[in-house]
Design a protein around this ligand. Structure first.
Ligand code: FUL
Length: 473
């Protein structure tokens, strides 16, 4: 059996290593991005006055008295979500309506004026610690209640609240700023002082990543769990990168879940990076809601709009495979209901979803691995990662039986290098793929039964560095 076009006989017809490639592969994750990369899948919890008013976007006039969860139990949130394999929770400390779910010195428009009267971020921080989950904060820059919104004073207000959140609740793994930016109560729009916000976070929580409208993780461009054909973590960075997210993200209330696609499909090919001055590591995150809205709503809310309530477990599993297995992370929203609990309606879907994921990765399939080369591969000291050498025809696996899932990871400490690869079973090509990055999951629902599997890297930016290859029955 002869496999042609192996790495790097012609490297897809593009130069293997030249100055530009050196520049591309020198864009590498920071320590905080590397740490974050281990999370892969975590949750949003949307909860606030909207939960009680039956809206997706509050307008800031809501009376705090409507916020009255009778059974709120943040331990239950952690327990339920941890069971799904989640590593953390990003909580809406304040949504666009300006109602704060934490005890803040800077406004009365908070949970402390509600019948509940307790700091929910504090409770959640305690529960997260107890259940070994990480805590993240969603703090909406757009505030439809705060009177100073639209003036420079508001930037100070926002920084004060960020400081409270940074200093009163222990370690925060992520600050998540969404892109919505509308008018405040006074009809004014705010010019956000992003740099001041970032500096505050870096000062008090240097390990926290700043996501979506932030420098560490980028919005994937839609809220439907779709990934690009080639999702790159190495992208050009411009002055407008953050404003661009704000300009392209959700503009109207709708059902709170945009299917809008950030039109640009190519963010990181060689052509795209060519001649760009500032090239950075900024991986994609897909935020998706279990329901067709972000806040918990009654069935009738959806019935009135002629919509189904939730995504199915199968759909969520597909989204998981596509995102976690498509060089992105998955931020799945599971709202808390009016009682302050994750509702049985969502628990049922989460259970079925978890079963699909667990079944997929239940049985590891052992295999022998060899690099089809005359040279010895180079192992990266202290790890199992290996750097492929020139003239390497590919990676050969001899599985011990039939497998249905293949997982590949690049060692992203050395950037993202692989541009395309193919998989062969006993000499017959069974899959053409684009990038690998931090994780590629390839599913073969019918199963692959072959003596020899070849993974042939057809194009790469310099020598590919593979961290792991796994097969599952
Ligand atoms: C968007 C918001 O407008 C939605 O309500 C939701 O919070 C989503 C995650 O971000 O920009």
């Amino acid at each position: 059996m002869k496999i042609r076009h192996a790495w790097c006989t012609d490297n897809g017809g593009v130069p293997l290593f030249y100055d530009n490639v050196k520049k591309y592969i020198s864009a590498r994750p920071s320590a905080r991005q590397l740490q974050f990369n281990e999370m892969k899948y975590y949750n949003f919890i949307h909860f606030g006055v909207n939960t009680f008013s039956g809206r997706e976007w509050g307008d800031g006039t809501e009376d705090p008295k409507i916020f009255n969860p009778k059974m709120l139990d943040t331990d239950q949130w952690c327990r339920m979500l941890k069971k799904t394999g989640s590593k953390g929770i990003i909580f809406t400390a304040k949504h666009h309506d300006g109602f704060c779910l934490f005890d803040t010195k800077y406004t009365d428009h908070s949970v402390m004026q509600s019948p509940y009267k307790k700091d929910i971020v504090k409770e959640l921080a305690k529960s997260c610690k107890k259940h070994s989950m990480k805590l993240g904060i969603y703090l909406s820059p757009w505030d439809r209640h705060e009177a100073t919104y639209g003036t420079e004073e508001y930037n100070g207000y926002f920084v004060n609240q960020l400081t409270e959140l940074c200093t009163n609740y222990g370690e925060i793994f992520c600050f998540w700023f969404d892109g919505a930016c509308g008018e405040g109560a006074n009809g004014k729009k705010q010019i956000y002082d992003w740099n001041r916000y970032y500096e505050t976070i870096r000062k008090y929580q240097p390990d926290a990543i700043i996501a979506n409208c932030g420098p560490d993780v980028r919005w994937i461009g839609n809220e439907a769990g779709k990934v690009r054909n080639a999702e790159w973590s190495v992208i050009p960075w411009t002055e407008d990168s953050i404003d661009d997210v704000a300009a392209n993200s959700q503009k109207t209330e709708g059902l709170g879940v945009t299917f809008f696609d950030r039109v640009e499909q190519d963010l990181g090919s060689r052509e795209k990076l060519h001649n760009m001055a500032d090239i950075r590591w900024c991986p994609a995150e897909a935020d998706v809601s279990i329901n067709y809205g972000w806040f918990w709503q009654e069935d009738k809310y959806y019935a009135e709009r002629n919509m189904s309530v939730s995504r199915t477990a199968e759909e969520l599993a597909r989204i998981y495979f596509n995102t976690v297995g498509g060089n992105a992370s998955l931020l799945l929203n599971v709202p808390a209901d009016k009682n302050g609990l994750i509702n049985p309606r969502e628990i049922k879907i989460l259970k079925d979803f978890t079963k699909i994921i667990e079944d997929t990765f239940k049985e590891n399939m052992p295999f022998d691995l060899s690099l089809t080369t005359t040279d010895d591969e180079e192992f990266i000291p202290g790890t199992d990662s290996f750097m492929m050498q020139e003239n390497e025809a590919g990676i050969k696996l001899r599985p011990n039986g039939k497998f249905r899932t293949m997982v590949l990871e690049e060692d992203i400490r050395y950037s993202q290098r692989v541009e395309s690869f193919s998989v062969y079973a006993d000499g017959k090509k069974i899959k053409d793929c684009t990038v690998i990055g931090s994780g590629k999951i390839i599913r073969f629902p019918e199963g692959v039964d072959a003596d020899e599997i070849d993974i042939v890297i057809t194009q790469s930016r310099s020598n590919p560095i593979i961290k792991s290859i796994r097969l599952y029955k």
